[in-house]
Design a protein around this ligand. Structure first.
Ligand SMILES: Cc1cc2nc3c(=O)[nH]c(=O)nc-3n(C[C@H](O)[C@H](O)[C@H](O)COP(=O)(O)OP(=O)(O)OC[C@H]3O[C@@H](n4cnc5c(N)ncnc54)[C@H](O)[C@@H]3O)c2cc1C
Length: 385
C-alpha cells in the first residue's frame, strides 16, 4: 500500500490486531486449502477462536464475554482475516460475531442469552441468520415461513436458502411470519436450535466461490420453539433486521476492502517476479499505472472505512451510509480482483492461484447482505426523502 497514518486505532487495538494476525498465520492460513475442499471450516477452528477470546467479545461478562463495546476491535479482527485472503473464514467468523450475536445481545430473553451466548463465545455453538427463502430474497416482506403461536410455544414451518454457516450452525436466528396478513409488521425473529425436532439442513451448496464457507438450505417442519426463544417483541422482527443490517453491511464492506488489499498485495509480488520481454511484468508502464490506480482507490477505501468505523463506534452510522460502504467496497473488491487476474495472465485463471480464487470469491459480495441494487435504493431513499 502507499500508506497513510491511521488515527482511529490505539496501542490496545494494535496489540489485539497482532494477536489476531498471529492466530490467522498459525491456525487459519495453513488450513484454508483443506477447508475449501471440505466446503467448510473445521469445528475445531471455532473452538480455537473461542479459546483465544476472539468470539463475541462484546458480550456482557455475565454471559462469559469480555464486555468490550469498542467496534474497533471487531473491525481489526475482520481486517486481519481479510488480509489473509482466506475469504471463507473472513466471512463466516464475523457473521457469527458481528451479525448474529447482536440479535441475541440486543433482543434475546435472559434465559436465551444464558443458554446460547456462553456457547457462542466458546465456539461450541456456531451461529447463522436465516432471512432468505427460495421465493424471497431482496423482498424480505415476501417471506412465507410461518411461526404459529400455540400458547406456551411457537410452531415454525417453512424453508430458508443460501444460509452462511448453515451446515455447521447450532443456533439460527430465523425470520418468520407471526401474522401473514400484516406485511412487515407480521414478521418476528426466533432462535432455533439445531437439536429441535423438525429442523433439518441441506447439503452445502456447490458455489462459484467462497468454497470454505458452508452455505445451505434449512428446513422447518412443525418445529416447536419455546416462547423464550422469541427475539424482542412479536411483529417487530422487520424493524430489528433493518436496525442490525447497518452493522452487517459495514462488516461486509470491511471484509471486502481487506480481501481486496490482499489480492492487490499478492499481485504486486507476482508482477515483480514474472519475466516477459527480457524484463518483468512490473516494468511495463501499464502494470505500474494499474497498480498505482488500485493503490489509490484502496487507500481511499481505507480512509473511508476508518471514518465509518469511527462513526459506528459513536453510534452515528445510519443505514444509507452503511449501504454506501457496502456498495463501494464490494464494487472495489471486484474491480481489484479483475485487474489482478489480468496482471497474472493465464495463471490468473488457474484455480491453484490465489488470485483466481479471490476473483471467484469476490463476486458474491455484491449479491448478499442486500444486493448492490438494493443498496442504491436505500441510498437514494435518503437523498430524495
Ligand atoms: C453465498 C451466499 C450467502 C448468503 N448468506 C445468507 C445468509 O446467511 N442469510 C440470509 O438470509 N441470506 C443469505 N444469502 C441470500 C442473499 O442475501 C440473497 O441472495 C440476496 O438478498 C438476493 O436475493 P435473491 O437471491 O432472492 O435475489 P432477488 O431478490 O430475486 O434479486 C434478483 C435481481 O433482481 C434485483 N432486484 C430485486 N429487487 C430489486 C429492486 N427493488 N430494485 C432493483 N433491483 C432489484 C436484485 O438486485 C438482483 O439483481 C446469501 C446468498 C449467497 C449467494
Amino acid at each position: 500500500m502507499i500508506g497513510l497514518p491511521r488515527s482511529i486505532y490505539n496501542e490496545d487495538h494494535e496489540m489485539f490486531r497482532q494477536s489476531v494476525r498471529d492466530f490467522v498465520a498459525k491456525e487459519i492460513t495453513p488450513n484454508n486449502a483443506t477447508w475449501e475442499k471440505d466446503k467448510m471450516v473445521s469445528r475445531e477452528s471455532w473452538k480455537k477462536l473461542g479459546e483465544n477470546g476472539f468470539l463475541v467479545i462484546q458480550a456482557p461478562e455475565e454471559f462469559g464475554g469480555l464486555g468490550i463495546n469498542d467496534f474497533r476491535f471487531n473491525a481489526a479482527f475482520i481486517e486481519e482475516l481479510g488480509l489473509s485472503g482466506c475469504s471463507g473464514p473472513a466471512i463466516g467468523y464475523p457473521l457469527h460475531n458481528d451479525i448474529v450475536a447482536p440479535y441475541l445481545i440486543h433482543y434475546a430473553t435472559e434465559a436465551a442469552k444464558k443458554k446460547y451466548l456462553p456457547k457462542m463465545i466458546s465456539g461450541d455453538y456456531i451461529a447463522a441468520v436465516a432471512m432468505t427463502e427460495p421465493g424471497a430474497g431482496s423482498d424480505l416482506q415476501g417471506i412465507r415461513a410461518t411461526a404459529e403461536d400455540q400458547g406456551d410455544h411457537y410452531v415454525i414451518n417453512g424453508s430458508k436458502t443460501f444460509i452462511t454457516n448453515g451446515y455447521l450452525a447450532d443456533v439460527v436466528v430465523v425470520a418468520a411470519k407471526t401474522d401473514p396478513t400484516k406485511g412487515a409488521k407480521g414478521i418476528s425473529l426466533f432462535l432455533v436450535d439445531s437439536t429441535m425436532p423438525g429442523f433439518s439442513k441441506g447439503k452445502p451448496f456447490e458455489k462459484v466461490g467462497l468454497h470454505a464457507q458452508d452455505t445451505c438450505e434449512l428446513f422447518f417442519e412443525d418445529v416447536k420453539v419455546p416462547k423464550e426463544n422469541l427475539l424482542g417483541k412479536v411483529g417487530e422482527g422487520f424493524v430489528y433486521l433493518m436496525t442490525e443490517l447497518a452493522q452487517e453491511r459495514l462488516v461486509v464492506a470491511l471484509a471486502a476492502l481487506a480481501l481486496a488489499e490482499s489480492t492487490y498485495q499478492i499481485t504486486v509480488e507476482y508482477v515483480k517476479e514474472r519475466p516477459a520481454f527480457g524484463k518483468t511484468v512490473a516494468d511495463f508502464q501499464n502494470t505500474k499505472y494499474q497498480l498505482a490506480q488500485l493503490a489509490t482507490e484502496l487507500q481511499m477505501g481505507r480512509v473511508y472505512c476508518d471514518k465509518l468505523v469511527e462513526l459506528h463506534q459513536e453510534g452515528q452510522l445510519d443505514g444509507a451510509n452503511a449501504s454506501a460502504a457496502k456498495l463501494a467496497m464490494t464494487e472495489l473488491q471486484c474491480k481489484v480482483a479483475d485487474v489482478c487476474v489480468q496482471l497474472h495472465g493465464g495463471y490468473g485463471y488457474m484455480w491453484e492461484y490465489q488470485v483466481a480464487r479471490a476473483y471467484a470469491d469476490a463476486r458474491v459480495q455484491r449479491i448478499y447482505a442486500g444486493t448492490n441494487e438494493i443498496m442504491k435504493e436505500l441510498i437514494a431513499r435518503k437523498i430524495l426523502k
